[in-house]
Design a protein around this ligand. Sequence first.
Ligand SMILES: *Cc1c(COP(=O)(O)O)cnc(C)c1O
Length: 392
Amino acid sequence: MTTELPIYLDFQATTPVDSRVMDAMVPWFDVHFGNSGSIQHQHGQEAEAAVEHARGQVAALLNADPREIVFTSGATESNNLAIKGALAFHLKHHGRAHVVTCTTEHKCVLESVAAMEAMGATATVLPVGDDGLLDIGALSSAIREETVLVSIMAANNEIGVLQPIEEIGALCRERGVWFHTDAAQAVAKVPVDVDAAKIDLLSISGHKIYGPKGIGVLYVRRRPRVRLEPLFSGGGQERGLRSGTLPVPLCVGLGAACEIAAYELQEEGAKAAAMRDRFLTKIRAEIPSMIVNGSMEHRLPGNLNLSFPGVDGARLLDSLTRISVSSGSACLSDDVEPSYVLRAIGVADPVAAASVRMSIGRTTTEAEVDEAAAHLAQVVTSLSAAATMAAE
Ligand SMILES: *Cc1c(COP(=O)(O)O)cnc(C)c1O
């Protein structure tokens, strides 16, 4: 018996491993199992060569130098290393450190900032506009003498909004502060060039770009040099920034995922944007009261975040049985907490609760988009009718 799974439209939560990535990884689990640190013998040397090849593939996608690529366990660790590492370095050597970030960042950024405030750093958390975009003037005003770091994400994981990273990078360089960007959602979907955008630190996650889970990268600029305190004590791997034996198969997989993205990003983005617009047109025709959250202009190609005012959020999620999408709320034990990102762009709590994020990916087909749109429209229509009847 086979049970048919719902249509997967949650590629921003995680992606499947691309079959080409899978093929590249497999031999490194068993046939070539060496420790890339054991370079005195051939088993280690071949593992090391594979890791260095992967490092080059990641660097090429970002227009970086391979020596600027530090492998980590994922974007959560990369963000922790960037923020805690930069602030701890400055606290240690200069006794003070100020960081600027914004309200719609991923929890791991906001929590890393909060953790460093408890260690003596200071922080400014800037608001964003109703479109989700950061105001450059406000950022400029927030940078002060003791500011060492600005951390602003390239693309938002919930509303898909693309921040103006080139403008932010230019401002940071001019003011002499380091610019970190959480690019977990942007890399491999839109072009990201660390030189063009004057990025000093950048985080990537393998499982958001058709690579494996449990691997990520922190890009760390060499010129002008960025200095970080490491999070881990140990054998000094990754130029002392990230001790621990490297997971060779995962490094190989992330490298392959980056190489594929370098070739396919442009075409894939255009395809995803076309499907996204097709979906939007269909839903809007059936549900004119629908609201799109976040800027439509500055947005990832495959992302939509939609609110259906007047619809009960819990019932909406329960009824969407044929599509796998994300909700506008997070379940914290028994409580349903509306998304802080939607709150930050001014969406009222009951409306945030009746919101869905859908993200289109590499394997999404037009037939899936059409079926998903029909299902969503049908569910929202019947719940709206129920709400109207209850009110009468
Ligand atoms: C997924 C995600 C993370 C966390 O990445 P992991 O590799 O799962 O730790 C951080 N930031 C953003 C924007 C993300 O989308």
